[in-house]
Design a protein around this ligand. Structure first.
Ligand SMILES: CC(C)(COP(=O)(O)OP(=O)(O)OC[C@H]1O[C@@H](n2cnc3c(N)ncnc32)[C@H](O)[C@@H]1OP(=O)(O)O)[C@@H](O)C(=O)NCCC(=O)NCCS
Length: 181
């Protein structure tokens, strides 16, 4: 089992989403807008160059157990790190995780953590060829917000401090390196 695989999913792998290979039909994470995004919008967004998507599957089973997406985005230099404010540019390029989700019956077994760690590794590779100072995402708000917020803080994310979006968190690339050891 790879070191970042969750317990009980011995043959878990994370690969680029391919419409013809991966079965999204039974996916439900308990948050309908994310399920709809995966099933109805994702392919168009990939085609349009808006996101890339990465899915977790087990062995030869094509069923999607979890997924995340990556996009380019910019945040304001006046938010986030003090050094951004001194950078002399108004916007800071970051890698944005628009969605991360795990199928309901697989939640709480480490797969969400494994997906985020995979997103971090991939982001580090991306920053060898494209400037991006951090990874950012928006924590969804519903009755599970507190658990979700803790999940990201435990992984090293911190509030961006954007007054227009208090649910936006980020992790500087230097911290990503530290998190990955
Ligand atoms: C958030 C999510 C991706 C975490 O994936 P996961 O595989 O359950 O996460 P892990 O097993 O690696 O870690 C579990 C931790 O996540 C926390 N958590 C976050 N959201 C949770 C939720 N809705 N239900 C249960 N636990 C949740 C738990 O508190 C737990 O922390 P602990 O280990 O200290 O007990 C998954 O719960 C999910 O898909 N939720 C629905 C969609 C969603 O909220 N996506 C995130 C949008 S910001």
């Amino acid at each position: 089992m790879p070191s970042d695989s969750p317990a009980g999913t011995a043959a878990l792998s994370i690969a680029r989403f391919e419409k013809a290979l991966h079965d999204r039909s039974a996916f439900s994470c308990g948050f309908t807008p994310i399920d709809n995004f995966l099933k109805s919008s994702l392919s168009d967004q990939i085609k349009g160059g808006l996101v890339t998507a990465w899915v977790a599957t087990s062995g030869d089973d094509p069923a999607v157990l979890g997924f995340y997406t990556l996009s380019a985005m910019a945040v304001r230099a006046c938010d986030g790190l003090t050094k951004w404010r001194r950078s002399g540019v108004p916007d800071i390029p970051v890698i944005y995780v628009r969605a991360v989700a795990v199928r309901k019956d697989m939640q709480g077994r480490g797969l969400g953590t494994a997906l985020l760690l995979d997103a971090m590794k991939r982001s580090l590779v991306i920053t060898e060829q494209l400037g991006a100072a951090a990874i950012a995402l928006d924590v969804l708000e519903d009755q599970h917000f507190e658990q979700r917020w803790k999940f990201y803080i435990d992984l090293g994310f911190r509030p961006l401090g954007d007054p227009d979006n208090p649910r936006r968190v980020f992790i500087p690339m230097a911290d990503v390196r530290a998190t990955l050891g």
